[in-house]
Design a protein. Structure first.
Length: 70
C-alpha cells in the first residue's frame, strides 16, 4: 500500500474517504510513531496507538484500512 509523502512528520494512507470508512495517519515523534485511526463518529478524537517505528505503525494501519469498516 502506498502512503503519502511525509510532510511535517505526518503521513496518510490514501484511501477514498467515503462515509462510513476508516482511514489512518502516522505521526513521527522523536522516540516513537503514533498511529491515528479516524473512523465515523470519532470527530477529532481518533483512536491513537504508539509504535516503536513508523514502519511498524504503517503495517498496523494498513491492516486497519484493508478491513475497511470499523
Amino acid at each position: 500500500m502506498k502512503w503519502t509523502r511525509e510532510y511535517m512528520d505526518m503521513q496518510y494512507c490514501p484511501v477514498k474517504r467515503e462515509k462510513g470508512k476508516t482511514y489512518v495517519s502516522v505521526a513521527r515523534w522523536t522516540n516513537f510513531a503514533e498511529l491515528c485511526e479516524w473512523f465515523p463518529g470519532c470527530n477529532f478524537s481518533p483512536t491513537r496507538t504508539r509504535h516503536d517505528t513508523v514502519e511498524a505503525a504503517k503495517k498496523v494501519g494498513e491492516a486497519i484500512v484493508s478491513r475497511g469498516w470499523r
